[in-house]
Design a binder for this molecule. Structure first.
Ligand code: PMP
Length: 374
């Protein structure tokens, strides 16, 4: 049986990983500044994480949510504490798309409405509602398009005031747009968003799937703007590669039995992985490291005058390359053995592990120096 060929792959086969490095089947070492779509938060194969999952697997790996699983409560408690959302409640699922799908569904249940406002260049996942709120017509099927979604430009206050009305169930926005090219949301826009949602009794959904978990230098990127959304979605860095996602829900939203459900969401192994991730983030002060190394990278990448619009927060960084440098990402990968991400044809994204060191950042800057000069 062949694999269904729906995404392009580099001809590289990683067989081993540690920290910010990967090794392929030919023995070549790579610096990983991409973390497989921003997933590697605490570094590959972190010993505390490997131990926690291994020990859990020897006890019990999975049982459905028909009986109590104390690890879910432990995870909720730790997550509440580290994120400063102790008074929110947690629903666990398996991926970012699923988290957004459940958040959209909750907003619709709570308000009795179905209209959603989303943003140009947004990405929220591939399930029906999440993809309908994603601004990429190529991946939205006629089935998904049946959802009632209005797209407006990011940071456009007038468009926001016009779009959100008494038919709006939710506005969904990323903490920092990731797939769309590392686009920052203005603090004032976040604050207006909170006001406009309150005024219209619409819910605010903050998709922190890519920008959350310490990546921006704060636990959640929206915390720079000092607002509190009604629903926050998480995944990616949450499990450091183990599939897990979740929705943080304002306690004023009351659940009813049967409202949401899942077979695999919040299973023992996933919870053990997610707990270990939070323990490492706390013990190693990884948000602080993300901010420190992120600022170092932002400052130094900006010195390369041929690179444009260097932007980001913490270790969520993007910059544009001019047409004549459009092979830069390939060169970084094949000549310098450095993984980076892309957005469109000309934006390079850096989404490394939050454990990235200055020395490793310098490895990347030295490679840039060779390719781009000053
Ligand atoms: N939201 C955002 C902001 C994302 O970047 C992604 C994945 N790129 C998703 C949701 C979907 O997550 P998943 O692939 O885990 O479904």
């Amino acid at each position: 049986m062949n694999l269904f060929n729906v995404y392009s792959l580099f001809d590289i086969t990683p067989v081993k990983a540690k920290g910010s490095y990967l090794w392929d089947d030919k023995g070549d070492q790579y610096l990983d500044l991409y973390g497989g779509h921003a997933v590697i938060s605490i570094g590959h194969t972190h010993p505390h994480y490997v131990k926690a999952i291994t020990e859990q697997l020897q006890k019990i790996g999975f049982y459905s949510n028909s009986v109590k699983n104390p690890l879910q409560e432990k995870l909720a408690e730790k997550l509440g504490k580290l994120s400063s959302y102790e008074d929110y409640e947690l629903f666990l699922c398996n991926s970012g798309a699923e988290a957004n799908e459940n958040a959209l569904k909750l907003a619709s249940f709570v308000t009795g409405r179905k209209k959603v406002v989303a943003f140009h260049q947004s990405f929220h996942g591939r399930t029906s509602g999440a993809v309908a709120a994603t601004d990429n017509p190529k991946i939205v099927s006629p089935f998904n398009a049946a959802h009632d979604v209005q797209f407006i430009p990011l940071n456009d206050e007038d468009a926001l005031k016009k779009a959100v009305d008494d038919k709006t169930a939710a506005v969904i926005i990323e903490g920092i747009q990731g797939v769309g090219g590392i686009n920052l949301v203005d603090d004032l826009f976040f604050q207006l968003l909170r006001e406009v949602c309150d005024k219209n009794k619409a819910l605010l959904i903050l998709d922190e799937v890519q920008s959350g978990y310490g990546r921006s230098g704060r636990f959640f990127a929206h915390q720079y703007a000092s607002i509190k959304p009604d629903l926050i979605t998480i995944a990616k860095g949450m499990g450091n590669g183990f599939p897990i996602g979740g929705v943080l829900i304002n306690h004023e939203i009351k659940p009813w039995v049967g409202e949401l459900g899942t077979t695999f969401g919040g299973n023992y192994l996933a919870c053990a992985a997610a707990l270990a991730v939070l323990e490492v983030i706390e013990k190693e002060n990884l948000s602080d490291n993300a901010l420190k190394i992120g600022n170092y990278l932002l400052e130094n990448v900006a010195k390369f005058t041929r690179l444009q619009k260097v932007r980001g927060k913490g270790l969520m960084i993007g910059f544009d390359v001019p047409e004549e440098l459009k092979d830069l990402r390939q060169k970084l990968l094949f000549d310098h053995k450095i993984f980076t991400g892309a957005s469109g044809s000309y934006t390079i994204r850096l989404l490394p592990s939050l454990t990235l060191t200055k020395r490793q950042a310098d490895e990347f800057l030295e490679a840039l120096e060779e390719e781009v000069g000053r």
